[in-house]
Design a protein around this ligand. Structure first.
Ligand SMILES: Cc1cc2nc3c(=O)[nH]c(=O)nc-3n(C[C@H](O)[C@H](O)[C@H](O)COP(=O)(O)OP(=O)(O)OC[C@H]3O[C@@H](n4cnc5c(N)ncnc54)[C@H](O)[C@@H]3O)c2cc1C
Length: 61
């Protein structure tokens, strides 16, 4: 749960910065960065949402 939360959170922060770097093009589906952004976003949802990961982590502390 710790690894899932941390890696997907970090992935989204990095991809968000990359998208910002591309400006408006980063938001257009014709550009690979937009697809990377979409793919990264779901990682915080499936396989157990990151909110649920935090609950699991909290229980173990
Ligand atoms: C593309 C895709 C593929 C998938 N593939 C699979 C698969 O192969 N096998 C499989 O079993 N499942 C699969 N899923 C389902 C996936 O695991 C669930 O979507 C995920 O667990 C979230 O459940 P939910 O969609 O019902 O959201 P919900 O549980 O309804 O959550 C909605 C929101 O509320 C938040 N939330 C819920 N409960 C709490 C709480 N107690 N405290 C704080 N926040 C809370 C969540 O974090 C989320 O942000 C897939 C989903 C998608 C989108």
């Amino acid at each position: 749960a710790m690894a899932k939360w941390w890696t997907t959170q970090k992935e989204n922060e990095i991809i968000d910065t990359c998208l910002q770097f591309f400006g408006g093009y980063g938001y257009m589906m014709e550009y690979p960065i937009a697809k990377l952004y979409t793919n990264a976003r779901i990682q915080k949802i499936y396989g157990g949402t990151n909110e649920i990961m935090k609950m699991l982590i909290a229980r173990s502390l």
